[in-house]
Design a binder for this molecule. Structure first.
Ligand code: AMP
Length: 116
């Protein structure tokens, strides 16, 4: 497993920073976003440090699939039968601010398209 001691999400994985964890597996961790943008807003991350989704898919393709398995389980736990949105912000134009890949799972309200 790769880790970056400067990375805030690696520090959550290591238990050095608290988080409201809602799901975990051998390869993934999911916790509530500090600034929720929907009634359910959970970040699903790999335990290993990769800067974005493409790097994860190349480095640990099985773990990339585990993120989607976790999202399905969390959506069921959160009662999101009407649907939900999965987002990977990647790079500056998408306003990625944390460079440890994370899947946003958003649900519990109707959403607009296109996104802002
Ligand atoms: P992004 O803009 O896609 O990089 O999203 C980063 C997300 O991480 C934002 O929605 C932040 O609110 C969230 N965030 C940053 N630090 C924490 C933290 N310590 N615990 C939970 N969420 C966080």
């Amino acid at each position: 497993m790769t880790a970056d001691p400067e990375c805030i999400f690696c520090r959550i994985v290591a238990g050095e920073i608290p988080a409201d964890v809602v799901h975990e597996s051998a390869t993934t961790l999911a916790f509530r976003d500090l600034m929720p943008q929907a009634p359910t807003h959970v970040l699903v991350i790999p335990r290993s440090h990769y800067p974005n989704a493409a790097a994860l898919a190349t480095g640990e393709p099985a773990t990339a699939a585990h993120l989607f398995d976790a999202a399905r389980e969390i959506a069921a736990d959160e009662g999101l039968e009407n649907g939900y949105r999965l987002v990977f912000n990647t790079g500056a134009d998408a306003h990625q601010t944390v460079f440890h890949v994370h899947m946003h799972l958003l649900g519990g309200r109707s959403m607009d398209w296109p996104p802002g």
